[in-house]
Design a binder for this molecule. Structure first.
Ligand code: SAH
Ligand code: SF4
Length: 354
C-alpha cells in the first residue's frame, strides 16, 4: 500500500494554497476544512459539495486517516483506555484516553485527556523507560499526531479537551512536526483545544525548549527531572550528559520569563536511585528556584528492567518532605496500571511477541 501524505496537518492557509495550486478558489479550502474537522469525513467521496474531479484528485494524492486503530484496552480499575494504532508503514504507536475530574468545590467538570505519542520509540534511552529501551525508529508526522486525537474522539464518542504529550517519544526532538500539529490542534476551525489545556513533556531537550518558547503560546510544560543533581540524573537519563542541569536550568528560567503557568517537574520515585530522603530537599531547592510544582510518580515496573518501586511509606515520606518545604506537590499513581498504561509498554509487548 502506498504511503500517502495526510490532509489532517493542513491549516486553512495551507489548504487554500494547495487548492489554489490545483486551480480552485479560496472558498473550497473552507469547504474542505469543514469536511475534515466538522463532519470528520473519512473518505473524499463524502465531500458532496466539492467537484467530483477535485475529490478524485485529492483521493489519489492524500489520505484522511494516516493510521488505523488495531487494539483498544480498557482498564478494569477505571475508565482509562489505551489504544494501539498502526501507521501506513506498519509501525505502531500507543495513546491513552484518561477521564479526569478537574476543578474544586462546586466547579467540578469532567475533562477527557489524551496522552499522545510523538515518535516511534525514542532516541533518549532513559534507563527506566520502555520507549527508551526500544531505541528510535522515526518521528511521527504532524498528521499522525493529530490522527491519534481523531481516533480517540471516535473511540470515546466525546471531545478530547486536554492533551498531554507523554506517550512514546520525546516531543521536543520532533519539534517541527510538533509545532505544525499544534497549529491545527489550537485552530478553532479544527480541534480547537486551547494552549492552556496542552502539556508538553520533555526530558530536557534544551534547543527544543528554546524553539517552543519562541513559538510563544501559553502551553504548559512538564519536565521529566527524575534527579535534582547531575550525579543522580545522569545515572538514569543519558540525555543529562548532553544537556546537564547547568544548561537545562537557564533554559527553564528563560521559559519562565515568557510563561504564566508554573512548570511541573515529573519525578519518578525509584528505589535506591532518587527516592532517598536526602534527595527531597535538593529537589525542593530546585523547584523553589524555578517556581515549579512537583508531580511524584512511583515507578511503574517495566518487564526486563531492574528498577524497583519504593514502598508506599517511602513515597509518602518523600512527598511529605516536599510539602514541609513548601513545594506544591501531587503524587500520581498511574491509572490503568493493569493495561500497562505507562509510557511505551503496550507496544513493547506486541513488538516482542512478533
Ligand atoms: N519523552 C518525554 C515524554 C514522554 S515520557 C519525557 O520524557 O518527558 C512521559 C513520562 O513517563 C515521563 O515523565 C517519563 O519519565 C515517564 N515514564 C517513563 N517510564 C516510566 C515508568 N516505567 N514508570 C513511570 N513513569 C515513566
Ligand atoms: Fe524518551 Fe521520555 Fe522515555 Fe526518556 S522517558 S526514553 S525521553 S520517552
Amino acid at each position: 500500500m502506498p504511503v500517502l501524505p495526510s490532509l489532517l496537518e493542513y491549516t486553512h492557509p495551507a489548504l487554500a494554497e494547495l487548492l489554489a495550486g490545483m486551480g480552485h478558489k479560496a472558498y473550497r479550502a473552507t469547504q474542505l476544512q469543514e469536511w475534515i474537522w466538522k463532519h470528520r469525513a473519512t473518505d473524499f467521496e463524502q465531500m458532496l459539495n466539492l467537484p467530483p474531479a477535485l475529490r478524485q484528485e485529492l483521493a489519489a494524492r492524500f489520505t484522511l486517516r494516516p493510521l488505523n486503530v488495531v487494539e483498544v484496552n480498557q482498564s478494569t480499575t477505571g475508565s482509562t483506555r489505551k489504544f494501539l494504532s498502526r501507521m501506513q508503514d506498519g509501525h505502531l504507536v500507543e495513546s491513552v484516553i484518561i477521564p479526569a475530574a478537574v476543578g474544586q468545590g462546586g466547579a467540578h467538570s469532567e475533562r477527557l485527556t489524551l496522552c499522545v505519542s510523538s515518535q516511534v520509540g525514542c532516541a533518549f534511552g532513559c534507563k527506566f523507560c520502555a520507549s527508551g529501551l526500544l531505541g528510535f525508529t522515526r518521528n511521527l508526522t504532524a498528521s499522525e499526531i493529530l490522527a491519534q486525537i481523531v481516533a480517540a474522539e471516535e473511540i470515546s464518542g466525546e471531545r478530547i479537551d486536554n492533551l498531554v504529550f507523554m506517550g512514546m517519544g520525546e516531543p521536543l526532538a520532533n519539534i517541527d512536526n510538533l509545532l505544525t500539529a499544534l497549529d491545527v490542534i489550537m485552530d478553532q476551525r479544527a480541534l480547537n483545544i486551547g494552549a492552556r489545556h496542552i502539556t508538553i513533556s520533555t526530558s530536557g531537550n534544551v534547543p527544543g525548549l528554546r524553539r517552543l518558547a519562541e513559538y510563544g503560546k501559553p502551553l504548559r510544560l512538564a519536565v521529566s527531572l527524575h534527579g535534582a543533581r547531575d550525579e543522580v540524573r545522569s545515572q538514569v537519563m543519558p540525555v543529562n550528559k548532553k544537556w546537564p542541569l547547568s544548561q537545562l536550568v537557564p533554559a527553564l528560567e528563560e521559559w519562565n520569563r515568557c510563561s504564566k503557568h508554573k512548570i511541573t517537574f515529573e519525578y519518578i520515585l525509584i528505589e535506591g536511585v532518587n527516592a532517598m530522603l536526602p534527595e527531597a530537599p535538593r529537589l525542593a531547592a530546585l523547584a523553589r528556584k524555578l517556581n515549579a510544582k512537583v508531580n511524584l510518580i512511583p515507578y511503574n515496573t517495566v518487564e526486563g528492567l531492574p528498577w524497583v518501586r519504593p514502598t508506599e511509606a517511602n513515597c509518602r515520606a518523600f512527598c511529605r518532605a516536599l510539602i514541609n518545604a513548601g513545594i506544591p506537590v501531587t503524587m500520581r499513581y498511574e491509572k490503568g496500571h493493569d493495561i500497562n498504561a505507562a509510557c511505551g509498554q503496550l507496544r513493547l509487548r506486541r513488538e516482542t511477541q512478533a
